[in-house]
Design a protein around this ligand. Structure first.
Ligand code: BES
Ligand code: MN
Ligand code: ZN
Length: 498
């Protein structure tokens, strides 16, 4: 799917499919008015017949409208101008994607300014349109022998701006959006791959492939390396598995060496059975998505490299399987983490925090500006925030505010939760420095509180993506979140506010 932005009047667009926006009733949006004039009122007459439903995303296809250069015109309902917000924008875009698919449209021209939401600007509309369409057209059928009868895919999307030059900002937004979509695609595909294929070794190979393609630094620590530096918590999680664990380090340098890097730490459990604290059978397959944090780190780095972003980023990915077995860690085992602190593992299903705590200690060696970890960490976070917001925890309020703002900007939203010392006592252990679980109350907060004990020397934030990394049910599949948030956050920090 090729995207471009052009100064182009709707009536002159030579395309298979010209999209024109309609507000409530028979109100054509601004960009559509000139087209209607050129078509001598044909659009308004079509609307007057009442065939365009009022719901945002409803469409009406017109063939061969005289006076317009386009082969087809697709009227797209946005709804009442005053109520047109991000939700309406997304509804419209979803509806549009559905018809474009059924039409098998090969090229389309979209009225960018009409789609924009008040207060958010054109660069925002560029990013959201590109990401929305790329997500809608994403497919994962590499493991089906019968591929869908291949409808000719949408090859070209032109974002048209009528009567105004294309700004550098809009061009930069397009480059960012395409790279971000490529990164989100990678995260989605890694998430969707089954756990027998997407193993820790597979993730390491994927990192090496990215390194080769984009000339990044890459290093993969093996079990013996982890033993040498004392990663007792990570090693405890991998014990039951036949797959070798990996600690992947992938570095993207896009600006001066003197600029301290942002370190992204991604949870890479390629399958979480719970270990000896075995999970119940229903929906256990979804624990293949337990490496979504790792996928989002690889995806974000692919995005930075693809757009040559002016940032320094290090990805750190602890990855292994959590399996039961004769050699597996038992509830009650006590291990020594890389930090030197000891942990009583009371529940082997609380494994994410065990691999992350050693990765956070490891992250210190990069002298980071900030560290953000991304993890499908707790079912409790799904109970708290559902599938809408990612849980945000931080030991630095400025960092939390910057991440929240980036989340709103990218519409990949987060909600901050407290990280007060009061919660720490839930992690008390009679036998070690701490336990790895804190009981049922505030499950996502005590998980974050555990991690905080390993991030005391860092400016650190934790994103719990348990509810947002994938969808269940009929639409089961990875969302690619929070790649858009991570990319926007890093770019805003580098001065790209829009
Ligand atoms: N990967 C899971 C968290 C999870 C569960 C994400 C369900 C999404 C849906 C994590 O490793 C886990 O098992 N957490 C436990 C922690 C508990 C044992 C303290 C949980 O949330 O139940
Ligand atoms: Mn678990
Ligand atoms: Zn897990």
């Amino acid at each position: 799917m090729q995207f471009s932005i052009r100064t182009l009047a709707a009536e002159k667009a030579r395309t298979g499919c010209l999209v024109l926006a309609v507000n409530a009733g028979e109100n054509l949006a601004r960009g559509a008015l000139n087209a209607d004039k050129a078509a001598e009122g044909a659009l308004r007459r079509a609307l007057a017949r009442g065939d365009l439903a009022e719901k945002a995303g409803a469409t009406l296809l017109l063939q061969g409208v005289a006076g317009l250069a386009a082969e087809r015109v697709l009227l797209l309902r946005l709804g009442e101008r005053a109520k047109y917000d991000v939700a309406a924008f997304q509804g419209a875009l979803r509806g549009l994607a559905v018809v474009l698919k059924t039409l098998g449209a090969k090229d389309v021209v979209l009225p960018l300014a009409d789609l924009a939401v008040a207060g958010r600007g054109l660069p925002w509309a560029v990013r959201m349109t590109v990401l929305g369409l790329r997500e809608a057209f994403y497919t994962f059928d590499q493991l089906k022998t019968q591929k869908k009868p291949s409808a000719p895919a949408l090859a070209s999307v032109t974002l048209a701006i009528a009567g105004a030059p294309v700004t550098l900002q809009a061009q930069a937004a397009l480059k960012e959006a395409v790279a971000t979509a490529d990164g989100a695609d990678l995260a989605r595909t890694l998430g969707n791959l089954p756990p027998n294929l997407c193993t820790p070794s597979y993730l390491a190979d994927e990192a090496r492939k990215l390194a080769k393609q984009y000339k990044l630094g890459v290093e993969v620590l093996e079990r013996k390396d982890m033993e040498r530096i004392g990663m007792g918590a990570l090693l405890a999680v991998t014990r039951g598995s036949h797959q070798p664990p990996k600690l992947i380090v992938l570095r993207y340098a896009g600006t001066a060496k003197s600029k301290k890097p942002l370190v992204l730490v991604g949870k890479g459990i390629t399958f979480d059975t719970g270990g000896i604290s075995l999970k119940p059978a229903p929906e256990m397959d979804e624990m293949k998505f337990d490496m979504s944090g790792a996928g989002s780190v690889l995806g974000a780095i692919r995005a930075f490299a693809g757009m040559r972003a002016p940032v320094n980023v290090v990805g750190v990915i602890p990855t292994c399987e959590n399996m039961p077995g004769g050699a597996a860690t038992r509830p009650g085992d006590i291990v020594t983490t890389m930090s030197g602190q000891t942990v009583e593992i009371l529940n082997t299903d609380a494994e994410g925090r065990l691999i992350l705590c050693d990765a956070l200690t490891y992250a210190q060696r990069f002298d980071p500006e900030a560290v953000v970890d991304i993890a499908t960490l707790t079912g409790a976070c799904v109970i708290a925030l559902g599938h809408v917001a990612t849980g945000l925890f931080a030991n630095d309020q400025k960092l939390a505010d910057d991440i929240s703002a980036a989340g709103d900007d990218a519409w990949d939203r987060v909600w901050q939760m407290p990280l007060w010392e009061d919660y720490q006592e839930q992690l008390r252990s009679n036998f070690a420095d701490m336990a790895n679980i804190g009981g049922r109350p505030a499950g996502s907060i005590t998980a974050a509180s555990y991690l905080a004990r390993f991030a005391r020397k860092l400016k650190w934030a934790h994103l719990d993506i348990a509810g947002t990394a994938w969808r269940s049910g009929r639409e089961k599949g990875s969302t690619g979140r929070p790649v858009p948030l991570l990319v926007r956050f890093a770019l805003r920090k580098a001065g790209r506010k829009s």
